[in-house]
Design a protein. Structure first.
Length: 57
């Protein structure tokens, strides 16, 4: 039951927060924003940002 609760919580956070943030980020990218602020606790985002930056040089 505890594992299921954790799974459901993660899914809810993904749907209600992460997807909303992703849509907002995409709108910002489409507006040609040059600067992005990534939180220090967002290690995966920082990783993908580095990969993206290296790939688009």
């Amino acid at each position: 039951a505890e594992a299921r609760s954790g799974y459901e919580f993660g899914g809810k956070v993904f749907e209600e927060e992460d997807l909303v943030a992703a849509i907002q980020c995409q709108k910002g990218l489409e507006a040609s924003r040059k600067n992005l602020i990534l939180g220090k606790n967002e290690a995966l985002l920082q990783f993908w940002h580095r990969i993206w930056a290296q790939s688009t040089k």
